[in-house]
Design a protein around this ligand. Structure first.
Ligand code: GUN
Length: 284
């Protein structure tokens, strides 16, 4: 079997056009969607992510408020900034670029954002809602994964899903959404202490790799026809690498392309979420 690769460029373009259309419609009703972005310190990768998010917002007609704080900012100064944006009626959603410098308490910062302005969907109230029949805000990368699963046309009810990694941004929320009342799959979360990793993967209909461990998933671990979605990133010897070995394409049914282009899904889902929040605010 040779896997069918998700056409991320085409799906991304479709999502971009959809957001552009929604922003025009909202503006026509006098609603200006606005994303507040907080960047702390000078991590070049975080800065690049933030720049790309601003470009994407501009393309579709979402206003941006960018706040850059020094690496040495205190927890209370950061919280004060979040609270100010949270109280600002013109701001539809707030995103604090992660990771934060190690002296800051990320979870406390996330909790300081009102659940209805939490674009990342990481506030405990929003995380809990992922398990319900109607999740409120799905974290962007997980929303991208979910959209790809829809593309396959596969019935999710009862499907066996293996999630590699239990991180805050992907593994944890993906496990809550996919095992919850809305998606109804059977999820196994795999992590560095998991025994018989290969056996569990081999018996899964869907594999979501978000461990950040280069080429951890090899063809012998994947069942014929499985859907394999790789969002893992690591840089062994300075080269960006996914969690899934490219040869997995020889056994999988569907697979993300090995060119590491999944990022477009995360970026497009951020735009969708900002528009969802702006729309919801206008109707409540
Ligand atoms: N850093 C890398 N990915 C993300 C994300 O999805 N949200 C935030 N806030 N920070 C990130």
């Amino acid at each position: 079997m040779t896997a069918r690769f998700f056409d991320l460029e085409a799906i991304g373009l479709r999502l971009l056009e959809d957001s552009r259309h929604r922003a025009v419609m909202l503006r026509g009703r006098g609603i200006v969607p606005c994303l507040a972005l907080i960047e702390v310190g000078e991590d070049p990768q975080s800065a690049a992510y933030v720049t790309r998010k601003i470009e994407d917002c501009k393309k579709v007609g979402i206003d941006v408020r960018k706040v850059v704080l020094l690496q040495s900012v205190t927890q209370s100064a950061l919280l004060a900034q979040v609270q100010m944006l949270d109280a600002d009626n013109a701001v539809s959603g707030i995103l604090v670029q992660l990771p934060l410098p190690s002296h800051l308490d990320e979870d406390a910062v996330i909790r300081a954002i009102s659940p209805h302005k939490d674009v990342d969907g990481l506030h405990p109230v929003n995380l809990l809602s992922l398990t319900t029949a109607e999740p409120s805000i799905i974290p962007c990368t997980v929303s991208g994964i979910d959209a790809l699963l829809s593309e396959t046309g596969l019935a999710l009810d009862g499907a066996r899903v293996a999630i590699l990694g239990r991180g805050k941004l992907v593994g944890l929320p993906a496990s809550l959404l996919l095992s919850g009342q809305s998606r109804n799959t059977t999820v196994t979360v795999l992590h560095r202490k998991t025994k018989n990793l290969g056996n569990i993967l081999k018996n899964s209909d869907i594999i979501i790799a978000a461990a950040g461990s280069a080429h951890l998933v090899t063809p012998d671990m994947v069942g014929a026809g499985a859907v394999v979605i790789d969002v893992g990133m690591s840089w062994p010897e300075g080269m960006l690498c996914g969690d899934v070995h490219p040869d997995v394409a020889e056994v999988a049914g569907w697979m993300t392309p090995p060119d590491r282009s999944f990022g477009v899904m995360t970026r497009m889902m951020l735009l969708k979420t900002v528009l969802d929040l702006a729309e919801k605010k206008a109707t409540t």
